[in-house]
Design a protein around this ligand. Structure first.
Ligand code: KG4
Ligand code: ZN
Length: 363
């Protein structure tokens, strides 16, 4: 019987059913078009939108799968890190279902779930090195098992996704800008040395991407013709980005240089982590930024050169989704881990505790 996964940590409302590691059904409602009007996620609007869509989305999901509530085996919900108000919508819905249906409940660490998502497509062999690159986080983990992760390095300021999004904003690309940077730099060649590889001349596994947005903003100040007229994401989806052909090549080269600088910085630190983890049996990369074409190629080439197995989920599984929550939840249930109705949401910036209740195998 499937586990229901619920994802509401930011601006995507996601629900999915996973059974024995396989996705049976999934629904996702993105709010990106609404938030793009404001140039970023507006937390209060995000919570209200989750409230509005979560129930009909659940009905639609169950209809897709041809299942009834009584067919579920457990409820897994993203409990953080994320926007508190948004998380609480998912948590309230999950607790209501768990209580009404007398089903087990487990809170899932959204960041761990991103990395575990790679296992939906191909089994992960442990221990593995995990690189999580999302809108709010850039983390390197030692992945001991599906339920045990140790943080090895993290960003000291902006995440890789923020570097993409803030640079995109400086060029007036729609929010969130990562995928547009990717799209526009696809056929372009990076200009060597245009942007630095930040914070690599040290001995640690941490990251610092905040300088890149300043470097990018300064470049746009010097070349203001590269700034587009403001566009909403919805308009962009329908009519393309409308980049004038006169600047397409130059803008493409600048954006490709930014992608190159981020991809190389991530590669350098990831290789350093692999050097320090000789027992790693694979490298896993996940999170929204892992959808980036140049980054995927850079990491795949590096892994091939080093002879280490490389797992990166397909693009839809990289960005926020509920399949990863249901999948991670099913692993937690299988390990006898769950939460009670006191489960709380963890806001961005706070560590997610491993405060599971352990269920005896033979009660
Ligand atoms: O994991 P995610 O969907 O949400 C968070 O948990 O943060 O990641 C969102 C981030 C955003 O910064 C977005 O711009 C970035 O992932 N992103 C990309 C691409 N697709 C999404 N960045 C670079 N290239 C892409 N193709
Ligand atoms: Zn995420």
């Amino acid at each position: 019987m499937p586990v229901l996964g619920i994802e509401t940590s930011c601006d995507e409302t996601g629900l999915a059913l996973v059974e024995q590691g396989r996705v049976r059904a999934e629904r996702l409602a993105s709010q990106a078009d609404m938030h793009s009007l404001f140039g970023g996620v507006v937390p209060e609007l995000a919570s209200r939108e989750h409230m509005r869509v979560i129930e009909p989305l659940y009905e639609a999901l169950m209809a897709d799968a041809g299942l009834r509530a009584s067919d579920l085996s457990g409820i897994a919900v993203a409990r953080g890190p994320g926007l508190l108000g948004s998380l609480l919508v998912g948590l309230g819905f999950a607790k209501g279902l768990a209580l009404a249906l007398d089903l087990p409940l487990v809170g899932v660490n959204h960041l761990h779930a991103h990395l575990l998502a790679a296992g939906i497509e191909r089994p992960i062999s442990f221990p593995g090195l995990g690189l999580l690159v999302s809108g709010g986080h850039t983390h390197l983990y030692r992945m001991e098992s599906p339920t045990r992760f140790r943080l090895l390095g993290r960003t000291l300021d902006d995440a890789a996704g923020e570097a993409f999004d803030k640079a995109a904003k400086a060029a007036n690309l729609p929010y969130p800008g990562g995928k547009y940077v990717d799209e526009l730099s696809r056929d372009a060649k990076p200009v060597p040395g245009l942007f630095p590889k930040p914070y690599v001349d040290n001995d640690n596994l941490d990251f610092s991407f905040s300088g890149l947005k300043t470097a990018f903003a300064q470049l746009i100040e010097k070349r203001p013709h590269l700034r587009l007229p403001r566009l909403a994401a919805g308009v962009a989806e329908e009519g393309g980005l409308g980049v004038p052909s006169a600047i397409r090549d130059e803008l493409g080269a600048v954006l490709a240089s930014l992608s190159h600088s981020i991809a190389e910085t991530l590669r350098i630190k990831t290789e350093r982590a692999l050097d320090r983890m000789p027992d790693a049996s694979c490298l896993v990369m996940a999170g929204g930024v892992a959808a980036n074409g140049m980054l995927r190629k850079t990491m795949a080439d590096m892994a091939e050169r080093r002879g280490i197995d490389f797992l990166v989920p397909g693009r839809e599984l990289c960005t926020d989704n509920a399949s990863m929550i249901a999948y991670a939840g099913e692993r937690l249930f299988a390990a006898g881990l769950r939460h009670d109705l006191m489960l709380d949401a963890i806001a961005r910036g706070r560590p997610v505790p491993d405060d599971y209740r352990r269920v005896p195998e033979n009660p």
